[in-house]
Design a protein around this ligand. Structure first.
Ligand SMILES: Cc1cc2nc3c(=O)[nH]c(=O)nc-3n(C[C@H](O)[C@H](O)[C@H](O)COP(=O)(O)OP(=O)(O)OC[C@H]3O[C@@H](n4cnc5c(N)ncnc54)[C@H](O)[C@@H]3O)c2cc1C
Length: 350
């Protein structure tokens, strides 16, 4: 074992974002990603993700902390979207409308300061567009193609010397002796791997339809999303959300209900052809779990940094929370380095 060995459990967007942030922040660190699913086999969506910075959507977290994560993530994705690399890494810009009636922080203070363009619609403008929500804004923001982005993350991780191990960790204690610190990024499987009872899946539906329409998105706070793919005539519409539902079974009545809600909101989608529908599961926790825990492994302890439960905001938050995870790992390494016997089996001590 080298002097600084970090094991990240999970190769989804959350795990890879944390792994790269650790590589960037800490010198002479060896980072290994341990996972049993990679790439398309993770929960990474096919749907483009619109970057909507809304701190109050991050339940249980004070708005200063939420704004910090969102700002770090935004800076990363905005810089990528503005660079030639953005084409490969999946970031670009898209305009559209966000409509809301219920969210508490009106107006959202951080969104206008971050996104590329922001315009709050007045009553006349809302009426002209037949928007019945209490508030509406038109914004230009970053849209992330998660499939391209995942490929970029893995390439970047490997280029920085990252190692990948394909294995199942039945518990984090199983990794004791292999790493100085373990980072828990297991997503929805947090219940079984770290026995976190507060982590629940949120089941949602996404329907892909074929439709020639303006390349603008529409998102509401109840929540409905209409997101066109940049390079085809496919439009993804989502969600009906079912919290704490573990089954992956598709309820066709809910798919129908979703389509009807979306068509009422965007009548131009009437008559579009349904291509496919998906069930999505997002790991949700209020608040997300991001903290250091000294996990007992008999006598010694295994330092763990938890990073799970980003829920509906997973793609938006992964980079910003990954930056905080890197600082927590740095703190742990400073703490345990003078006391190696606490954390390693005696036979591995140099
Ligand atoms: C159709 C669809 C649309 C979506 N839209 C959005 C959206 O618009 N915005 C958004 O933010 N989110 C969206 N999501 C959800 C989002 O994609 C997921 O929440 C996110 O990808 C989860 O990332 P993750 O890294 O936390 O977990 P995962 O991608 O599930 O990765 C978990 C990783 O941990 C590994 N792992 C777990 N347990 C173990 C273990 N015991 N041992 C070894 N390895 C283990 C797995 O192998 C995997 O590599 C959508 C999802 C779908 C399917």
């Amino acid at each position: 074992m080298s002097s600084l060995d970090v094991g990240v459990v999970g190769a989804g967007i959350v795990g890879l974002s944390a792994a790269i942030n650790i590589q960037r922040l800490i010198r002479r660190v060896k980072v290994t990603v341990v996972a049993d699913n990679f790439g398309r086999d993770t929960a990474t969506p096919v749907t483009p993700c619109i970057f909507l910075p809304i701190p109050s959507c991050i339940r249980g977290v004070d708005s200063t902390k939420a704004s910090e994560w969102l700002t770090d993530s935004w800076t990363h994705h905005y810089q990528m979207a503005n660079s030639p690399e953005g084409k490969e890494s999946g970031q670009s810009f898209m305009s559209g409308h966000y409509l809301w009636s219920h969210l508490p922080d009106r107006p959202n203070k951080i969104m206008p300061t971050l996104v590329k363009e922001y315009h709050l619609l007045d009553e006349q403008e809302k009426e002209a567009l037949h928007f019945t929500y209490r508030h509406a804004c038109r914004i230009t923001t970053v849209v992330i193609d998660p499939i391209k982005y995942m490929q970029w993350l893995m390439k970047e991780f490997r280029q920085r010397g990252g190692q990948v191990v394909s294995d199942t960790a039945y518990s984090l204690q199983q990794l004791y002796g292999q790493f100085d610190v373990v980072v828990n990024c297991v997503g929805t499987r947090g219940r079984e791997t770290v026995q976190d009872p507060y982590l629940v899946p949120v089941k949602g539906y996404v329907v892909q339809v074929e439709h020639e329409c303006p390349k603008n998105f529409l998102i509401t706070d109840d929540p409905i999303t209409v997101i066109p793919h940049a390079e085809s005539s496919i439009v993804d519409v989502g969600h009906i959300l079912e919290p704490d539902v573990f089954s992956q079974e598709k309820n066709m009545e809910l798919v129908e209900l979703l389509l009807n809600k979306v068509k009422a909101l965007v009548p131009s989608l009437m008559g579009s052809t349904v291509i496919e529908s998906y069930v999505s599961r997002r790991p949700y926790r209020s608040p997300p779990l991001i903290k250091i825990e000294m996990v007992r492994c008999g006598g010694p302890v295994l330092p763990v940094v938890h990073n799970i439960g980003q829920g509906l905001e997973t793609v938006t938050l992964a980079w910003g929370m990954g930056a905080e995870v890197a600082h927590l790992v740095q703190d742990v390494l400073r703490l345990v380095k003078p006391f190696p016997h606490m954390c390693r089996p005696f036979n591995t001590l140099a």
